[in-house]
Unconditional design. Structure first.
Length: 312
């Protein structure tokens, strides 16, 4: 039986045993198939949220990406603590792959990169994320069989679309090529993601679950998608509330260099104080005076007359 196989060795290789390959010929009643079909609508809605669509197009502010990473930290901390709690419970044990899947340590590295060594003092769990965390805690402590739904929703997504988001984030936010800030997406102990996902689905199918429990797991997976979408919506609203000037806690620049306080193009936005020390800003302000405009108009007319005379 696949659930009795040497899980750790097989997972480390990222391959399936012959017994698990034969098991992976899915039937409509297999949990992996029920989850795939039963969550398709929720999955499509999640990938079509404005936050995800903008992310995929590279329209992601660094401050919002940081907050998304914070949300992941709290979510995975709860999920993996509950998985550790149920690692010997037969309703979940076959899906316990801490070496291959657990993300908390990777997220700690990302927190240190974005927020510094005192990152714990700088972050807090948002309202939508707390609702997600509370549900995971409840499931892990009272309905551990439903933990399968949350693990499936998170990890299978991370090994699929998450790898696309990694590349988008690295490019759009100009993150280091050495993977700082995106450790969450790096599964160093999985050599072949596709084979590992097959292994994981085979283990789900081998769980000794009745029809009613499978239906409850599918229902919980849809609930997990909904909780994820609430986090996405929260991040989207946060992004909209961040002006270009405010994002990432800094000041924008008009040409990739300099300080906005010396930039004339943002003078009006900052109440006229931005360019106080900028010669260009001073010139523009002077040009707005009626007398100066009259002199300039006369000078332009004179220059035009001179040019016309020269080309005749």
């Amino acid at each position: 039986e696949p659930s009795k196989l040497n899980r750790d060795n097989c997972a480390a290789r990222g391959s399936l045993s012959s017994a698990e390959l034969s098991c992976f010929t899915c039937s409509p009643t297999d949990l992996s198939e029920l989850l795939k079909k039963g969550t398709k609508e929720s999955h499509d809605r999640a990938t079509n949220t404005q936050f995800v669509k903008d992310f995929l197009k590279g329209r992601i502010k660094k401050e919002v990406f940081k907050l998304a990473t914070v949300a992941l930290y709290f979510t995975y901390s709860a999920l993996e603590e509950e998985m550790d709690r149920n690692k010997d419970n037969p309703v979940f044990a076959p899906l316990y792959f801490p070496l291959e899947l657990h993300r908390r340590e990777a997220l700690v590295k990302d927190m240190e990169y974005f927020y510094g060594e005192d990152w714990k003092e700088k972050i807090q769990c948002s309202e939508a994320t707390q609702q997600y965390v509370d549900r995971i805690r409840h499931v892990g402590q009272h309905e551990p069989e439903l933990l399968v739904a949350h693990a499936y929703t998170r990890y299978m997504g991370d090994l699929s679309g998450g790898q696309v988001l990694k590349k988008v984030a690295q490019r759009a936010l100009k993150l280091p090529t050495t993977e700082e800030g995106i450790q969450f997406y790096m599964f160093e102990n999985i050599s072949n993601a596709q084979q590992f996902k097959q292994l994981y689905r085979a283990r789900m199918n081998a769980l000794d679950l009745d029809k009613n429990t499978k239906e409850r797991i599918v229902e919980e997976a849809n609930r997990a998608f909904k909780l994820n979408m609430q986090v996405f919506d929260e991040l989207e609203k946060t992004g909209l509330s961040l002006t270009d000037e405010a994002q990432d806690g800094g000041v924008p620049v008009h040409d990739g260099k300099g300080d906005i306080r010396k930039c004339p193009f943002y003078a009006d936005k900052l109440g006229g104080t931005a360019g106080a020390g900028c010669p260009y800003y001073a010139a523009v302000s002077l040009a707005k005076q009626p007398l100066v405009q009259l002199i300039l108009a006369a000078w332009v007319a004179l220059a035009a007359g001179a040019a016309a005379w020269y080309v005749m």
